[in-house]
Design a protein around this ligand. Structure first.
Ligand SMILES: *Cc1c(COP(=O)(O)O)cnc(C)c1O
Length: 302
């Protein structure tokens, strides 16, 4: 059913700079941000099986939730238009006019935007709220915030098919930015059932504050998932720079420096923190010299 979409195979682009040279670390970037002009990054892999499910079950409307800058809302609106679903986005807080680029795009794709107060938004996954949505939007399929569910995890597991390790380094790492942790959980599942050897350690960089929260979430996503081979994984929780969508002068300085190393675009909410964390881990030896790292570029460039 995805025949009418031109998806590109994601490439792995390498970053070369003195910092990496000094520690003899190879850093590749899996460019999920380049697979499609509108539906890209990890959000496409999270949506894919959900869209198939909705199609199979003859559900006509896709409904979901997000903040005013949600990449999930952006991808859902684009996918809805391409695959012929009506879409509804429940947006946390007020919808400020003129619309920001994410919401303007979502509306241009035909998404109906509904503002939800912050207090109501907190209850969005509760039964009453869900029931009210089903009553108002007949034949709808409700996706959770961030598109995070079991079908999303299955989609993310497939990302590992494009990994190409080009060195003989014994220490391999696969890294991704974590918001809900479901992409990381999917990668863990994918790596565990792949034939990749040696198996890389998976590293999640938490983009939000809340000590212990994301490791707990990843474990929860993995409950009931059979891992064929054991996989080491960690969530690094010291690179959130003050919390979700918050920044710091260190992050800012790093991103300026990073732009001098490579033309690969990043943003400060997800992928910027991913590389900020990885470079620090390399400098402090948490990722030892002579390692090979592949960072998943999860998109987010609007
Ligand atoms: C949503 C998003 C993430 C986080 O993915 P999770 O599965 O929620 O952990 C990472 N990077 C980008 C660019 C995103 O849009």
């Amino acid at each position: 059913m995805f025949e009418n979409l031109d998806f590109n195979t994601p490439t792995i682009d390498h970053i070369y700079c003195d910092d990496l040279d000094q520690y003899r670390v190879s850093l590749g970037v899996l460019r999920l941000d380049k697979i499609h002009p509108l539906i890209n990054g990890n959000k496409w892999f999270k949506l894919k099986h959900n869209i198939e499910f909705a199609r199979r079950n003859n559900l006509k409307q896709l409904v979901s939730f997000g903040g005013a800058y949600s990449n999930h809302i952006y991808a859902l609106a684009a996918a809805g238009k391409v695959f012929g679903f009506d879409t509804v986005g429940f947006i946390r807080g007020e919808i400020v006019l003129p619309l920001n680029p994410v919401l303007a795009f979502a509306r241009s794709q035909g998404m109906k935007l509904v503002a939800v107060s912050r207090s109501e938004y907190r209850n969005k996954h509760q039964q009453d709220f869900i029931k009210a949505i089903h009553e108002q939007y007949s034949n709808c399929y409700i996706l959770p915030e961030g598109g995070a569910n079991d079908l999303a995890l299955q989609g993310c597991a497939k990302i590992v098919q494009w990994l190409k390790w080009h060195s003989t380094a014994k220490n391999r790492y696969l890294a991704v930015a974590c918001g809900t942790g479901s992409t990381l959980a999917g990668l863990i599942k994918g790596i565990s059932s792949s034939a990749i050897a040696p198996i890389p350690e998976l590293i999640g960089i938490a983009v939000l504050k809340g000590q212990g929260y994301l490791p707990g979430e990843v474990s929860r996503w993995l409950q009931g998932v059979t891992l064929e081979n054991p996989v080491d994984w960690t969530v690094m929780e010291q690179y959130h720079c003050g919390g979700y969508a918050k920044s710091s002068s260190e992050l800012h300085a790093f991103l300026t420096q990073f732009a001098g190393f490579t033309p690969i675009p990043v943003e400060p909410v997800y992928t910027g923190k991913l590389f900020y964390g990885l470079f620090d881990m390399i400098k402090t030896g948490r990722i030892p010299p002579d390692s090979e790292v592949i960072a998943v570029h999860s998109g987010g460039i609007v």
